[in-house]
Design a protein around this ligand. Structure first.
Ligand SMILES: Nc1nc2c(ncn2[C@@H]2O[C@H](COP(=O)(O)OP(=O)(O)O)[C@@H](O)[C@H]2O)c(=O)[nH]1
Ligand SMILES: [Mg+2]
Length: 286
């Protein structure tokens, strides 16, 4: 198989695995996290640079810091975020742990990450095992494959590791543990699953709740993009629910009695968002 097809195939496979493991019991997730931490020399917390605060997990961070092992925060999907915003997040997160921004997909920043790992690990004369932690779909597998790049020497499931954990040999003494769906979503995280595209609109129960979060996120960062996309005018201070109604009205999604069908509007927004038509920071490149 060519290197390219290996890299492309990975996320799809992982999506399958992670959708099966979305809600393991809290005990099994903590065991998995603890196991990864125990085995690894260095830990990565992979977060989505578009929603860094939402995709951080302070509980996992505190387990990692109690372990005393070196830890790097990886702001992934940086191809979707303007540079100045990335720099601000990086500065903020650097107070917690060394932070780098990368695009696993474009292989941007992956050499920097490689150097950072070698620097924080400070291990000479043997291989360095790196554990990756993060919510499903933040791009853990893509980052690992991006760092491994041309060094990639295949993956293997090794015994002694939890089912589904792959070891990716990235050359130059670096070996990654790729763990599917490490941090499970909680019941109230449905909006996060919607934002990250882990659950599509057919699986989301609270369409309106998720759509309101998407509207909120885009209108804080880039209200003009939302206005242009749905051809609506959003006055400053308009409550998010009214924005949803405006969009429903503009799309002509009406129930009987000329009432806006907010649910249908919400589904449309979720679909547009997940299909990449709505961008938090507008079209790149940045
Ligand atoms: N734009 C962009 N998309 C990415 C990047 N990294 C991952 N993705 C996408 O995010 C989705 C989840 O990636 P995956 O590596 O499977 O995430 P995992 O569940 O954390 O292993 C896939 O659709 C990837 O193509 C990135 O750097 N930029
Ligand atoms: Mg994965």
């Amino acid at each position: 198989m060519s290197e390219l097809s290996v890299r492309k195939a990975e996320p799809a496979r992982d999506k399958l695995i992670s959708s099966q493991t979305i809600a393991p019991s809290m005990t099994s997730y903590k065991l998995l996290v603890k196991n990864v931490i125990k085995q690894a020399d260095v830990l990565l917390e992979v977060v989505d640079a578009r929603f860094p605060d939402e995709t951080r997990n302070s509980e996992v961070e505190s387990i990692v810091s109690r372990s005393g092992k070196p830890f790097i925060i990886v702001l992934n999907k940086c191809d979707l975020v303007p540079r100045e915003i990335l720099e601000k997040t990086k500065n903020r997160f650097s107070k917690i742990a060394p932070t780098v921004f990368v695009s696993g997909k474009d292989r941007f920043g992956t050499t920097m990450l490689r150097h950072k790992i070698l620097e924080v690990a400070d291990i000479k004369g043997r291989d360095i095992l790196i554990g990756s932690l993060g919510y499903p779909n933040t791009g853990k597998s893509t980052v690992i494959n991006g760092v491994a790049g041309k060094h990639k020497a295949g993956t293997s499931s090794i015994s002694g590791h939890t089912r589904g954990v792959q070891v990716v040999d990235a050359g130059s003494r670096l070996r990654f543990l790729d763990t599917p769906g490490v941090i499970p979503f909680k019941e109230h995280d449905e909006y996060l699953q919607g934002l990250l595209g882990v659950k599509d609109s057919t699986h989301i129960k609270d369409h309106i709740g998720v759509a309101l979060k998407i509207i909120e996120k885009i209108s804080t960062e880039n209200k003009t993009a939302l206005e242009a996309f749905y051809k609506v005018k959003i006055e400053a201070g308009t409550p998010t629910y009214e924005v949803l109604e405006l969009i429903g009205l503009q799309c002509n999604f009406l129930k009987r009695k000329e009432e806006v069908d907010e649910n249908r509007a919400a589904v449309r927004i979720i679909n547009d968002w997940q299909q990449g038509k709505l961008l938090v920071y507008g079209p790149g490149p940045y």
